[in-house]
Design a binder for this molecule. Structure first.
Ligand SMILES: O=C([O-])C(=O)C[C@H](O)[C@@H](O)C(=O)[O-]
Length: 314
């Protein structure tokens, strides 16, 4: 049973950094429940605005519906109410509806709607897709503007008119004109969060556009650094942001860009680099090579941002 109303959830999420925890897998590729629960507890211990289970970095696209519901339930239990936990919904409309219902039943406070698979789609169809998910749950829903799911300002407004529990717009396209239109049209009715790959890179300029927060994948393995970065962004401290971009984020992008899909794989590589190994990724992603992990370890150490204590509790 959710403890936040959709509007309370939006008010909380918009004022804190957002974590997208990885989903640990065993050597056989099964979800490692115990390690997941331990990782959620560790992530929660630093103070975070919200936890999005089974998101992009959590390889939600590689989880079965039953696994997705299970990781949400594990996250809710392990977070112990310290921070709101959201689940994800993906795939075709029927599956996305099923995911949303299962996430709510597992105790999620909200749902992130990932893009549907494969086919092109346009505004009326997208509206009905997202509308079905909003109608299927009473918790807050955030749409993810990415890939084939590009929501126009008008579609966002129509969805907001239909569904009081539609609360947020997450962007991974970085189309400034589209964002300007969405924010200008919908104003305070929604909250806006940046979700481009390695969102820190864009955080300061997007704040000016109305995106008060962002999803931090690197928070998984350098949580103290990610939180400091977020505080600098919110203080509009351009010099501090540039210093952190130069010291770590930009060279990190050079490693991330060595292979497609590394935007997610590098997060598990980062966990390995800080000696907090939570296993590899599932296909179709591929793990970082040993050399990539060594380079990442050297970068983390040169930047002086290794977590104070990354020890796995088991
Ligand atoms: O669904 C997700 O994991 C994302 O939103 C993507 C990442 O968190 C992205 O913002 C990043 O890489 O920092």
């Amino acid at each position: 049973m959710a403890t936040y109303s959709p509007s309370e959830l939006a008010a909380t999420l918009k004022e804190g950094l957002l974590s997208f925890p990885v989903t640990p897998f065993t050597a056989d590729g099964e979800v490692d429940d115990a390690r997941y629960a331990e990782h959620i507890a560790w992530q929660t211990s630093f103070g975070i605005g919200g936890l999005f289970a089974a998101g992009g970095t959590g390889e939600g696209f590689s989880l079965t519906p039953a696994e997705s519901a299970r990781v949400v339930a594990l996250a809710v239990e392990a977070a112990e109410g310290a921070t709101p936990v959201l689940g994800s919904a993906s795939g075709n409309t029927a599956q996305a509806v099923e995911n949303a219902r299962a996430a709510e039943a597992a105790g999620a406070e909200g749902v992130l709607l990932l893009p549907p698979y494969l086919t092109d789609c346009d505004q009326d169809g997208l509206l009905e897709h997202a509308s079905a998910v909003c109608a299927a749950t009473s918790v807050g829903v955030i749409v993810y503007n990415r890939a084939n799911a590009v929501y126009s300002a008008r579609t966002v407004a129509r969805l907001a008119d239909r569904h009081p529990n539609f609360i947020g717009f997450k962007d991974a396209l970085g189309d400034i004109e589209q964002l300007t239109r969405v924010v200008a049209t919908n104003g305070d009715r929604l909250f806006y969060l940046g979700g481009l790959p390695t969102a820190e890179t864009f955080a300061l300029p997007l704040l000016q556009l109305g995106m008060s927060t962002y999803s931090s994948a690197m928070y998984n393995f350098v949580p103290e650094f990610a939180l400091e970065f977020y505080r600098d962004v919110r203080k509009l401290d351009g010099a501090a942001v540039t210093e952190k971009l130069t010291r770590f984020v930009l060279p990190y992008l050079d490693i991330r860009d060595r292979a497609k899909g590394y935007g997610v794989s590098i997060v598990k590589g980062g966990l390995r680099a800080v000696d907090r190994d939570l296993g590899g990724v599932r296909p179709p992603l591929q793990d970082l090579t040993a050399r990539d992990v060594d380079d990442l370890r050297a970068l983390v150490d040169a930047a002086g941002i290794r977590p104070a204590d990354a020890t796995l509790a088991r």
